[in-house]
Write a protein of this length. Structure first.
Length: 293
């Protein structure tokens, strides 16, 4: 069984070229499933049936799995069995009849524009490169809507100073171009010069004190510290800034296809959730301003 799991993970890594985080999630899901089967004295994937897969799912739900977690695990299992069936490692796919569970609709958290007006860091007057970098991280995450992993991977060769754009490498190695303001571009260049005063030279725009690229927790802590001072939103992560710029742009009349392009969503369906957010904004504005309210 372990050999089949490893074959599938290699396929996802080298042929589908999934991200490291996605691969880790698939690996955890399949190891959980493998442990469940072994605990029930099943060691051959070809003998697993639909009922046993459903039992694994029901056990997980009873142990507190959220709907999104449950569906990801079902997807991992279905993908593996489909892979094995296509290569005739197993005779049929017992997971094909397993249905996903319904996920409650929840609008993404975002920060109000009025709150950001208060907290948005200035990009001027810094002598300490670490403080300057923290301010620039916040501004760039919000203004570009880029993902945390995209910001961490951003290097200076991806900045076009003349065109005032930057190139980010998104999910599945898909590249997109994002416009930025002149002041933000100049801040990126100034940050590199300020770091050089401390003899730190790196191709990455954002670095640790040793010149290596940032790690995810460092970015989270930086953004969380700023948002904790003002924001009423429960979630205070880098991803909230991504949700915020998408919502603010839509509220200001930017078309949803443009926002899809900015965020790097493969499907328009992923972006359409912000349309619901915009409708809620319209409802509250209408209620507040309507003469008969």
């Amino acid at each position: 069984m372990q050999q089949e799991v490893l074959q599938y993970l290699d396929y996802l890594k080298y042929e589908k070229r999934l991200s490291i985080n996605t691969l880790k999630a698939y690996q955890r899901d399949l190891l959980d499933f493998q442990e469940f089967l072994e605990n029930n004295y099943l060691s051959v994937l070809g003998k697993v049936n639909t009922k046993q897969i459903r039992r694994f799912v029901l056990d997980g739900i009873s142990n507190g799995w959220e709907p999104k977690t449950t569906n990801r695990k079902i997807s991992s299992i279905k993908g593996m069995f489909s892979f094995l069936a296509e290569r005739e490692v197993i005779a049929n796919n017992p997971a094909s009849a397993v249905q996903s569970v319904k996920v409650p609709h929840r609008l993404p958290s975002y920060v109000q524009e009025s709150e950001l007006d208060i907290v948005m860091p200035s990009l001027e007057g810094y002598n300490d490169w670490a403080e300057f970098q923290e301010a620039l991280i916040f501004v760039l995450l919000y203004e570009t809507g880029m993902r945390r992993a995209e910001l961490i991977a951003l290097t200076y060769d991806r900045l076009d100073q003349r065109a005032l754009t930057l190139r980010v490498l998104g999910k599945r190695k898909k590249e997109r171009i994002i416009p930025i303001r002149k002041e933000v571009m100049e801040a990126c260049i100034s940050l590199k010069a300020l770091r050089k005063q401390d003899k730190i030279d790196s191709s990455h725009v954002f670095t640790l004190k040793n010149g290596k690229a940032l790690y995810p927790k460092k970015v989270y802590t930086s953004v969380n510290r700023v948002l904790n001072t003002i924001s009423s939103t429960e979630r205070k992560s880098p991803h909230v800034l991504r949700h915020s710029i998408a919502t603010h742009l839509l509220n200001r009349g930017v078309d949803i296809q443009t926002i899809q392009s900015l965020l790097g969503h493969a499907s328009l369906a992923s972006t359409q959730i912000y349309a619901h957010q915009s409708i809620e904004h319209l409802k509250s504005s209408h209620k507040a301003a309507h003469p008969r309210s």
